[in-house]
Design a protein around this ligand. Structure first.
Ligand code: PLP
Length: 397
């Protein structure tokens, strides 16, 4: 446990001794957070423009509304299992579906599990036409998770050593409809697509591509699954990023920010697929437990009550403008939607990351050259501007 006598150095040592080394951990132990600010065990302060890999993406760290709810629920009811009716799940499902495409919701803990659910549901449904369908299509440079099913959808570099994986999975080229059409056949159950590829480099697809994909899936009886684990709720300036494209998916998966920092993930099924998973077909013991579901309700209400859709648009536009006006030689492209931004450099961005960390600014790098920013939606304007200024200074070096 962190206490006043505990330092980054001895926590790192203890970590190396006791934890499986599956993460490339930084030698920093965060012990406290509030909004977009974190403090490490040595008392150093950080401005967080990546919000715990998106998991604190709406609320920031330890938001008072979430903390109050969790405190109350911890003393009221934490878990009962899913054989009982759970009013907090109902409230959270309503908060999701009334802002999406109706339908029904299954709750779990992680984005990977949400995608596993979508995968099983799509196979059980036999795509959209009830035929025996089992194959799955995803896209190069996607990311759908680390469980063996979701891993089978995810790029080869994450799969090495775990083969053989689920058969019948293939990858199309993001943005290229013909490449999708070439992979679909009468046995294809679902196409998994991120409405913005996050891990893949903050790639925003065209409206034509997403609409074409929707059409193609409907024509071929294939379920369209939108993986909104990174993009929802509200990150891109809409409740869900598919709403930028004038389409509706058949299934949608959620995770990361939905619980205001607590594990809340979900698979949302459109009305047509809402009753496919019947008793015994799927489950998750702690999924949607009262404590986490209530934290999710607090998070969705915060989006509504503090108008965080507009905030994401406004803050994203302000950050983009600052970056563009800085006219940085190293920057090849600035892209994204809302407060989900990618800054592509002409060289590896690792040094920029390291210098920012030393200055107390948290950013992320993906695909070697793309800086990812996903500040908490509640970040104060002044703090966001301060963070972008610091980043610009480091990009100028
Ligand atoms: N889907 C997308 C788009 C993601 O970015 C991620 C994780 O980064 C996942 C799924 C997996 O989520 P989790 O790590 O919660 O299993």
């Amino acid at each position: 446990m962190a206490n006043n006598a505990t330092t980054n150095a001895n926590l790192v040592e203890a970590t190396n001794q006791h934890l499986i080394p599956n993460y490339g951990r930084l030698p920093v132990a965060m012990v406290r957070g509030r909004g977009a600010t974190l403090w490490d065990a040595d008392g150093k302060e950080y401005l967080d423009l990546f919000a715990g890999f998106g998991a604190a993406g709406v609320t920031g760290h330890s938001h008072p509304a979430v903390a109050k709810t969790v405190k109350k629920m911890a003393a009221t009811l934490q878990t009962v299992g899913n054989l009982f009716t759970n009013p907090w799940q109902v409230q959270l499902a309503q908060a999701i579906t009334e802002n999406a495409f109706g339908g029904k919701v299954f709750f779990c803990h992680s984005g990977a599990e949400a995608n596993e659910t979508a995968l099983k549901l799509a196979r059980l449904a036999g795509g959209l036409d009830g035929k025996k369908r089992w194959k799955l299509v995803s896209f190069h440079h996607c990311f759908h998770g680390r469980t063996t099913g979701s891993l089978a959808l995810t790029p080869e570099k994450y799969q090495t050593g775990f083969e053989p994986l689920l058969p019948g999975c293939s990858k199309a080229t993001y943005g290229d409809l013909d490449s999708v059409a070439a992979l679909l056949d009468d046995e294809t159950a679902a196409v998994f697509v991120e409405p913005i590829q996050g891990e893949g480099g903050m790639t925003v697809p065209s409206v034509e591509f997403m609409q074409g994909l929707r059409r193609l899936c409907s024509e071929r009886g294939v379920a369209m699954v939108c993986d909104e684990v990174w993009t929802a709720p509200a990150r891109t300036g809409k409740w869900f990023a598919y709403q930028h494209y004038g389409i509706e998916p058949d299934l949608m998966t959620l995770g990361k920010a939905c619980g205001g920092g607590l594990p809340v993930a979900a698979c949302v099924a459109s009305p047509r697929l809402a009753d496919v998973l019947q008793p015994g077909k799927h489950g998750c013991t702690l999924g949607g437990n009262p404590l986490c579901a209530a934290a999710g309700v607090a998070t969705f209400h915060l989006v509504r009550d503090e108008n965080l859709l507009a905030a994401a648009q406004r803050k994203g536009a302000a950050a983009t403008q600052m970056l563009r006006e800085a006219k940085l030689d190293k920057v090849k492209d600035i892209r994204g939607k809302g407060l989900m931004l990618g800054i592509e450099l002409d060289a590896p961005a690792k040094d920029v990351f390291t210098r920012c960390l030393a200055r107390g600014l948290l950013i992320n790098v993906t695909q070697d050259k793309v800086i990812r920013l996903a500040p908490p939606l509640v970040i104060e304007d002044g703090l966001l501007a301060k963070g972008i200024d610091m980043l610009i200074e480091e990009l100028r070096r």
